[in-house]
Design a protein around this ligand. Structure first.
Ligand SMILES: Cc1cc2nc3c(=O)[nH]c(=O)nc-3n(C[C@H](O)[C@H](O)[C@H](O)COP(=O)(O)OP(=O)(O)OC[C@H]3O[C@@H](n4cnc5c(N)ncnc54)[C@H](O)[C@@H]3O)c2cc1C
Length: 483
């Protein structure tokens, strides 16, 4: 990992003054602020593999403490970066301007599961998978299922508007957040949304905060909608002769069925997780679709039969096979979730893009990545949520080889240009953060971008909350001048 370049401003921030640290310890307790370099390094990276050391890390235990910390941060001022589990893929939790990283791990209680009204109230440090399990114990279902669900947090999911395989039928985090409690950069506590099935009082601040990547407010409590748990689920694996054949199946499947997942892997993704798949597959397979149907016990087998019959009429399919047991289905999913970490067997570094195109344009998207591979010689592979048109494009590289960095950057720029030409968008679920900030003007026009900057200024006039994210950072913020 490459350490952050220590500019004079950053060096100043790294030496966060002793009085500030003493005051912070008075708010949260002596042990809940750390400053030792070896401990700080545990909170200086995220899923991008980049590293920026903070001046200190704080572990607040309540919303009230967060209000007091933020009052101090805005009065001093110094930067504050909220952090969940640090699994973000775009550098959102990286303290690029130094300052204080605020970790939510102590705010990890599921406060309520209201079975009658089908909702849950959680603190931001709750692990997403833990909420799903708790809901299941009440016969309920929390659908958003990022592949990181066993270790990412609800606060991080809300801040990024995380999605997952089930989004094709159930939608993303945004579709489940009913209301939020949050702390503004100046320390005021706000409450947005409702805990009812409907509500249109005032502007929809809940929607504004979902996906705001920790730049507008610190989310301290989350009310989410739950659904009745589906009774049955069945998984079908479809192996195809080519990437174009697999991706062109997507619109056909969705025209007749409502799968709860419709995932895609190209030949490289298949190869790197081959040993994790529960059964061997033919060498000539170039792409795979993982299709899942859920619903009532009586209807799912019939729907799977109809889907299998439909697939038999389509060209380019080598075989389709139903997972014969829940264990086999779990093994298929374990292989799917292993793709991201397994990618490092190809090269030591990766640029992980999560572009979205209209589903009918998926074949053009994968053909573009093939062309980039052929013409630039970059190692590039694709997998992801084909049912949403949301494909993870992974550009693999060795950052110590300058030529590979140039080729990868060129591939990323060409990919983004093609995605926008196809009517798509640069990010479906990972957000903009640090790694895509420079590309924002490619997609957003100037008036829209200016309005977004004004919203950021309104919430955070001194730019103390997660500076340097979404928008390219101004040369020097007020917070940087003052510490
Ligand atoms: C193996 C792997 C698989 C993944 N699969 C998926 C996937 O399928 N779908 C998907 O959407 N993402 C996926 N991700 C990305 C990542 O897990 C999500 O973006 C997740 O939502 C981040 O949660 P986190 O708790 O790790 O947040 P962090 O990485 O700690 O933070 C992410 C952002 O949220 C902000 N934030 C965190 N907590 C708060 C809070 N309480 N208030 C305000 N802002 C806050 C941070 O400042 C930062 O900007 C994957 C990542 C990995 C490593």
């Amino acid at each position: 990992m490459k350490p952050a370049k220590k500019t004079p401003a950053l060096r100043k921030l790294l030496e966060m003054n002793k009085k500030t640290i003493r005051e912070l310890r008075k708010i949260v307790g002596q042990d809940q602020v750390i400053t030792a370099p070896e401990e700080l390094s545990c909170y200086s990276y995220d899923g991008t593999g980049q590293e920026y050391p903070p001046a200190a890390v704080i572990f607040p235990g309540s919303s009230e403490e967060i209000c007091r910390i933020m009052q101090m941060a805005s009065a001093t001022p110094f930067p504050v970066v909220p952090r969940g589990a640090g699994t973000g893929m775009t550098g959102g939790a990286l303290p690029v301007a130094g300052g204080l990283v605020m970790v939510m791990s102590r705010l990890n209680r599921i406060l309520e599961i209201d079975q009658d009204n089908q909702l849950a109230v959680v603190e931001p440090g709750v692990i997403t998978g833990a909420l799903r399990l708790a809901a299941e114990r009440h016969g309920l279902y929390y659908p958003p299922d990022p592949a990181s669900l066993h270790f990412c947090t609800m606060g991080g999911n809300v801040a990024e508007c995380a999605g997952g395989p089930s989004a094709v039928k159930y939608g993303v985090t945004r579709d489940y957040v009913l209301g939020l409690e949050a702390v503004l950069p100046d320390g005021r506590l706000i409450h947005t949304g409702v805990r009812t099935a409907k509500g249109v009082v005032g502007y929809d601040l809940t929607r504004l905060l979902v996906g705001s990547e920790g730049t507008l407010a610190i989310i301290t409590r989350i009310t989410v909608k739950l659904l009745p748990a589906p009774e049955a689920r069945s998984t079908l694996l479809v192996l195809c002769r080519g990437m174009a054949e697999a991706t062109s199946l997507v619109t056909g499947i969705l025209a007749h069925h409502t799968p709860c997942t419709l995932e895609y892997m190209d030949r490289t993704a298949l190869a790197i997780v081959r040993d994790k798949l529960p059964f061997p597959f033919p060498q000539e397979a170039e792409a795979l679709l993982l299709v899942e149907l859920d619903g009532q016990k009586e209807t799912v087998p019939l729907a799977i039969r109809q889907l299998t019959e439909f697939l038999q009429t389509r060209p380019g399919i080598i075989m389709s096979r139903k997972a014969e047991s829940p264990v086999e289905a779990q093994q298929l999913w374990a292989a799917r979730r292993a793709i991201s970490p397994a990618a490092f067997s190809l090269k030591p570094h990766k640029m992980s893009e999560d572009v979205v195109v209209p589903r009918s344009r998926l074949p053009q998207l994968v053909s573009c990545t093939e062309a980039l591979n052929r013409e630039l010689g970059v190692v590039i592979f694709t997998f992801g949520h084909a049912g949403d048109g949301n494909i993870h494009v992974n550009i693999m590289l060795d950052r110590s080889v300058p030529q590979e960095v140039i080729q990868a950057e060129t591939a990323k720029q060409l990919l983004f240009t093609e995605v926008l030409r196809l009517g798509g968008t640069l990010s479906g679920e990972h957000g903009i953060g640090l790694t895509k900030a420079a590309y924002l003007p490619m997609e957003l026009d100037q008036p829209t971008l200016a309005l977004m900057r004004q919203i950021k200024n309104l919430f955070d006039p001194d730019n103390i909350l997660n500076p340097g994210k979404i928008f390219p950072a101004p040369a020097q913020t007020a917070a940087e001048k003052n510490i």
